[in-house]
Each structure stands twice: as C-alpha cells, then as structure tokens.
Design a protein around this ligand. Structure first.
Ligand code: IPM
Ligand code: MN
Length: 335
C-alpha cells in the first residue's frame, strides 16, 4: 500500500495537545500517512487576512488537511482564519455528522444525524458597514452558484450514504429573498435526483423537534445556509455529549480540510484536559475520504471502546477524570 501525505495544521490553544494525540494514535495504528506540518499564522495583505503561501502550497499539493482549531487573530482588519481557509480553497460544503456514542449516556440515545452547512457565504460573507454611527449593516449574501453547489453535495451525500432524503432547513417566510433563493434552487435541482426525497422545514421548527426527538432526523441529510448550520451543529453536539465529540469535513471540489466543530478553548489549553475525540473522529472522516476505511473503523472502534470503559478513561468534558495523555494511551491500548 502506498503512502499518503496529509497537511497538518495543529492550530491554537488545545490544538497542539489534540493533534499530538492524533499523531501518537496514528503511529501506533500504523496508518500509512505522513504529516506535513503547515504554519498558518495569518498575514494581512492589502488589508485582507491571508494564509501564508507555504501552507497554501502544501494543501494544494496534498489535497487533504487535518486542522486543529484556530483562534481569530487579534488586530485591526483580521478575519477568522477558519473562514479564510474555507474561502481560500472554496470548501463549499461543511459536513457535520452527529452520532451518539454507545457507552456514553445522555438524555438522548440513538442520535445519528448529518448536517450539511453552506460554508462560504450567508452571514459569514464578512461584508459589514457602519452606515451612520448607531446604524450598522451586516450583509447576508446568498448566491445561486454557492447554493447549488452545497445542495447538489447534499443530494449526492444522501445517495452515497443510502439516506435518500434531503431536508432543507430555512426561514424563507422571513428571509424571503435569501432563503427563498436557497429553497428555490433545491426545488429546481430535485428533478435531477428523482430517487431522493426532498422536504423543507423551518429552522425554528427543526430546533424544537431536534431537542424533543432527534432520532426523527436519522434517516435524512439536512442542508442549510451557513449561520443556521453553525448553530444547529452546536445544538446537535449538545445532544450527544458536547463539542468534544463532533467531527466535520470542509469539502471542496479538490481540496478538503477536516476539523473538529469546537474552538481553541484557550481556558483549558496546556492543562492536559482537552478531549481529542472530535479531532480524532474528524481524522476518521478524512481516512474514509481517502478510502482508508479499515484504518478509520479501527480507530473509531478504539475511541468508542475507550469512552465506554468508564469515567476514569474519559476527559472532564465527559464527566470523567482522564487527562488527554491517559485517554490517548487507552485508545492506543484498545486499537
Ligand atoms: C465552527 C466554528 C467557526 C464558525 C468559528 C471558529 C469561526 O464555530 O466551525 O462551527 O463559526 O464557523
Ligand atoms: Mn460553530
């Protein structure tokens, strides 16, 4: 079997510890991947937050990256690096699965949702103005091309996962033009996917139903504009035990970057408290994307087994007493 090179962006805060954990586990599991470290400390070029050229080159060469959380750089003019990465590589679809971990009890069991978030525009377009002091405008930009890209991705994902049902989550009754366009594009594309059911739901209603009985969303793929997807993915994480557990993949036509849904958690950084599970499971999404399915399953099973083995092997966010390094050792033992 050949070797693969993957760009590794360790990230800020807990990023260093959790990427260390992933690297240790990959070594022990003999995953045929070599990591190429990329520094994405941001540059401000012509007033725009910019990813350093060597990092862009590495990602364009390897096509796959695993990324820890990045803090939004302080300083005038800077935008979030996470968003800059998504935009730089046109990673138009953010896939966020959320699956209960058997062996970690929450008020909900049997959650198995997939949320696909538009990843390049909406309220995240970064266009804001002060019109006059005390009156500001933040633009929610929705375009036909980006809507089409992400909705097509959702249809294809529904087919490839056998879910065969796309649910568009929106608020077109209020956002008549923007969400209206998103809904319209979905309706137009439906004829190209005759074997996939298409339905629509209002965002507020989906929120209500998700917390009442999440498993009613198990057999479909949700797709929604950017900010809704941001909020609903945190909500979903909360159903299964929090942000320490949920992975994601930022998908483009060529490049994809896999990352945890959580942020850099500077309050617990460097204390050995971080839960590397979300980044590990993101890396397993990455392995499946690279068709290294056996390695993905092996690592996922070791993770589930470790979490199920009791609070002494779980990190603090999961009401456990384990350090990051003890947890990592247990996952390695369970491989
Ligand atoms: C996420 C994060 C990011 C977002 C932040 C860190 C910019 O919350 O990936 O969900 O808002 O998209
Ligand atoms: Mn978020």
């Amino acid at each position: 079997k050949g070797n693969y090179t993957v760009t590794m962006i360790e990230g800020d805060g807990i990023g260093v510890e959790i990427s260390e954990a992933v690297k240790d586990i990959y070594k022990a599991a003999k995953v045929p991947i070599e990591w190429e470290a990329a520094d994405v400390r941001p540059l401000l070029i012509n007033g725009k937050t910019t990813i350093p050229e060597p990092a862009v080159k590495s990602i364009n060469k390897n096509l796959v990256a695993l990324k820890g959380p990045l803090a939004t750089p302080v300083g005038k003019g800077h935008q979030s690096l996470n968003l800059t990465l998504r935009r730089t590589f046109n990673l138009f679809a953010n896939v966020r699965p959320c699956k209960s971990i058997v062996g970690y009890k929450t008020p909900y069991d049997n959650v198995d949702t997939v949320l696909i978030r538009e990843n390049t525009e909406g309220e995240y377009s970064g266009i804001e103005h002060v019109i006059v002091p005390g009156v500001v405008q933040s633009i929610k930009l929705i375009t036909r091309p980006a809507s089409e890209k992400v909705i097509r991705y959702a249809f294809q994902h529904a087919i490839s996962t056998g879910r065969n049902h796309v649910l568009v989550v929106h608020k077109a009754s209020i956002m008549k033009l923007s969400d209206g366009l998103f809904v319209e594009v979905a309706k137009e594309l439906a004829s190209e996917y005759p074997n996939v059911k298409l339905s629509f739901e209002n965002l507020d209603n989906t929120s209500l139903k998700l917390v009442q009985n999440p498993s009613q969303y198990n057999n479909l793929v949700m797709v929604m504009p950017n900010l809704y997807g941001d909020i609903m993915s945190d909500l979903s994480s909360g159903l299964i035990g929090g942000l320490g557990l949920t992975p994601s993949g930022n998908m483009g036509d060529k490049v994809s970057i896999f990352e945890a849904v959580h942020g850099s958690a500077p309050d617990i950084a460097g204390k050995g408290l971080a839960n590397p599970t979300a980044l590990l499971l993101s890396s397993c999404m990455m392995l499946r994307h690279m068709e290294l399915n056996d390695h993905a399953s092996k690592i996922e099973e070791a993770v589930y087994k470790t979490i199920a083995s009791g609070p002494e092997n779980r990190t603090k966010d999961l009401k456990g007493s384990s350090s990051t390094s003890h947890y990592t050792e247990q996952v390695i033992k369970n491989l």
